[in-house]
Design a binder for this molecule. Structure first.
Ligand SMILES: [Zn+2]
Length: 196
């Protein structure tokens, strides 16, 4: 009896912790990949997309600090510092005045597709509709909803979105659905077209 109770306690405590650690490790790799691609974008002079990717990487890292503070804290902090440094360096770059004709960037992996068949998971669409009035546009394709940043990406006629909240990073992204903040932007910007 006691052994069973101990086993159950172990499952309740250890299993979610292990799961969280592997999610955090995966998210950290994503942040590092984003920073690498941001660096590459900066090197070819695409300041806007470099900045967007650094910001997204920093949001992911901030999410790890918030949700799983014991996960490689020094490394996470060092990566955030690198993001901040490289973004500051970008701000000092001359942005070319004539946009060079270049290939459209693919939609980032850390995003979900925005389209009419989007999965409405766990009432997040309804919660998002309630938040639609509180969406603040902060830049081209950038929005603030509650304290989170939502990015809308467009490429080749497709639209995708990402959010810096833990629900998106730890659940929705894996499941391929949108968090309530993305839904809020979908509604406020009528991304699914009129009447949806
Ligand atoms: Zn969100």
């Amino acid at each position: 009896m006691r052994r069973t109770a101990l086993f159950i306690a172990f499952i309740l405590v250890a299993a979610p912790a292990a799961c969280l650690a592997s999610q955090s490790a995966g998210l950290m790799r994503r942040a590092e990949n984003l920073m690498d691609s941001a660096h590459a974008a900066a090197a070819r002079g695409d300041v806007a997309s470099a900045e967007g990717r650094y910001r997204l990487a920093d949001g992911i890292l901030a999410g790890i600090q918030e949700r799983d503070p014991g996960h490689s804290p020094l490394e996470v902090r060092a990566l955030r510092e690198r993001c901040a440094d490289e973004m500051a360096a970008l701000a000092g770059e001359e942005v070319p005045e004539v946009a060079v004709h270049r290939e459209e960037a693919p939609l980032p992996q850390d995003s979900v597709r925005v389209w009419s068949e989007m999965r409405r998971e766990g009432g997040r669409d309804r919660s998002g509709q309630g938040l639609a009035q509180r969406v603040r546009k902060t830049g081209e394709g950038e929005y603030e909803v509650e304290k989170y940043a939502v990015h809308i990406y467009r490429s080749g006629g497709e639209t995708a979105a990402s959010c810096t909240c833990p629900d998106f990073m730890y659940r929705a992204l894996e499941g391929g659905f949108a968090c309530k903040h993305i839904w809020a932007v979908v509604f406020s910007e009528r991304l699914l077209g009129p009447g949806q």
